[in-house]
Design a binder for this molecule. Structure first.
Ligand code: ADP
Length: 471
């Protein structure tokens, strides 16, 4: 069996969020299970991709409407990820610093998908499964099933994984001319809400649809930005498979990004050294419990609650808070504006910094995840792996991975994405922190929890096998 994953992100070559971590790790675990897995992604103009070595395996041309675009498929020979990975080079459209956020994203997403399919048609050995991630590659299941040019791929089962249903990638019917010709009776499969909707088309056309946690799958039947009816209708082919983490990349004993490495036997000293660095760097008091947030500053993550959480917490609790993230400017500005009021107790780093995130996992005391929506969430699993206690809202993957300490679990949980609930949880965390024996015992316990891909990769392999039997 040969599986091809198509994705706009893959760690460490291009990362915006958890999608990159999943695509950068799951294929390695599948390959180790004798399920040969390859990845294809766009070629970006970023440092991580510029520093790689490449071997061109194919040159071709696609058409977006009347416009021809030459493309190159390059195997990345230096990535050392434990699986084969290809980059699609289309200089005019894909070779940009970031994966998304451009006025012509629709054309960019389409060009990538057309180049992948065009190239696949030239191969002698076709993949047994094409696995698409999010709406950026969501037109592939439709195109494989119905576009005239890809007849050769017709019987290949397609899988869609929804990492985040907030983004559907829809665009106007005016751009229908960009889509290669297909049996026009099938046009309805592209449509949802009077737009061409790649996520909806993938939900309709993929042979199987997975989400990144079982709870998120259930939640999507109720709230999915207008796709809930479709997801309920397609329920039979949907399943939730919890993401895992790559314990080779996320290992406090070997992580090259942290200040001091540690394992379960040197946890306390090692974490203290990392905390010391953070407190020096951000002017915080090492003796106070340090609460951190790492993530995109968007409504989904509950980041808009952070300014009030900071003010209310610091009004009556002797703790420190550190926030790492970027996103909505109004949230960033509100968080920055609070700094002069709480010098020595609160700080921020507005931006994306992979190294700093690792040091925070290794040195903070509690991680705040007040998410409104959390398809799986990787931060809480990284936190456990580094001995950092997560404070989470019971939603999506957070609900599936973090049981509350009151129920014999290892996190602090609350039900609402509200300032009140989060502040109440912070109060519980302070009590826990003051009970040094219980606090340290919990840290020693969480660092041993296995959230690696081992289990979930087997579930994907079974899913692929079942699809191959259906062919
Ligand atoms: P999402 O994909 O919705 O953003 P996940 O929890 O699945 O959320 O994954 C987030 C990943 O991105 C984690 O690896 C987290 O450490 C990382 N991350 C998010 N924001 C930042 C940031 N500002 N700097 C460094 N890493 C970040």
């Amino acid at each position: 069996m040969k599986v091809l994953h198509t994705s706009f992100e893959c760690y460490p070559l291009a990362k915006v969020g958890g999608l990159a971590d999943v695509v950068g790790a799951l294929p390695k675990y599948l390959t180790a299970l004798d399920c040969h897995t390859e990845v294809i992604m766009p070629m970006y103009d970023n440092a991580a991709m510029q520093s790689q070595s490449y071997h061109t395996v194919y040159n071709g041309t696609i058409r977006l409407g009347n416009d021809p675009y030459d493309y190159e498929i390059k195997e990345i020979t230096s990535a050392g990820l434990g699986f084969t990975i290809y980059a699609v080079a289309i200089p005019a459209l894909l070779y940009r610093p970031k994966p998304y956020g451009y006025h012509d994203d629709t054309e960019r997403f389409l060009s990538f998908q057309l180049a992948v399919l065009d190239w696949l048609c030239t191969l002698e050995e076709l993949p047994s499964i094409i696995h698409c991630h999010d709406h950026h590659t969501g037109l592939i299941p439709f195109l494989v099933a119905h576009a005239h040019a890809y007849e050769k791929l017709r019987t290949i089962p397609t899988v869609l994984t929804i990492h985040n249903a907030q983004y559907e990638g829809y665009f106007s019917h005016d751009k229908m001319y960009l889509i290669p010709s297909f049996d026009f009776e099938k046009a309805g499969l592209l449509d949802w809400g009077q737009s061409i909707n790649p996520l909806a088309a993938a939900i309709k056309c993929a042979w199987k649809v997975t989400t990144v946690s079982p709870s998120y799958m259930e939640e999507l039947q109720q709230f999915a930005n207008g796709l809930e009816g479709l997801l309920s209708h397609e329920n039979e082919k949907c399943m939730g498979i919890l993401n895992g983490i790559d314990p080779d990349v996320w290992d406090p004993a070997t992580d090259p990004m942290v200040i001091t490495n540690y394992d379960s036997t040197t946890l306390l000293e090692g974490r203290a050294k990392n905390k010391e660095w953070i407190c020096q760097e951000f002017g915080l008091d090492i003796d106070k419990p340090l609460f951190a947030f790492i993530g995109r500053m968007v409504y989904e993550k509950g980041a808009d609650l952070l300014p009030d959480i900071v003010s209310q917490t610091l009004a009556d609790k002797d703790v420190s808070l550190l926030i790492l993230g970027s996103g909505k400017h109004d949230i960033e500005e509100r968080l920055e504006a609070l700094k002069p009021h709480y010098t020595g107790r609160y700080n921020t780093y507005i931006g994306y910094d992979e190294k700093l995130s690792h040091i925070i996992y290794a040195g903070a005391d509690f991680l705040l995840m007040p998410s409104r929506v959390e398809p799986c969430g990787l931060n809480q699993m990284y936190a456990l792996r580094y001995g950092l206690i997560p404070i989470v809202r019971r939603i999506g993957g957070l609900k599936d991975t973090i049981p509350d300490i009151g129920d014999g679990g290892y996190g602090i949980c609350h039900d609402q994405a509200s300032v009140q609930d989060v502040c109440y949880s912070i109060g519980r965390a302070v009590e826990l922190y003051e009970d040094k024996e219980q606090y340290q015992a919990l840290q020693e316990r969480i660092i041993t929890i296995d959230n690696s891909w081992n289990y979930s990769a087997k579930q994907y392999r079974e899913l692929y096998k079942s699809l191959n039997q259906l062919k």
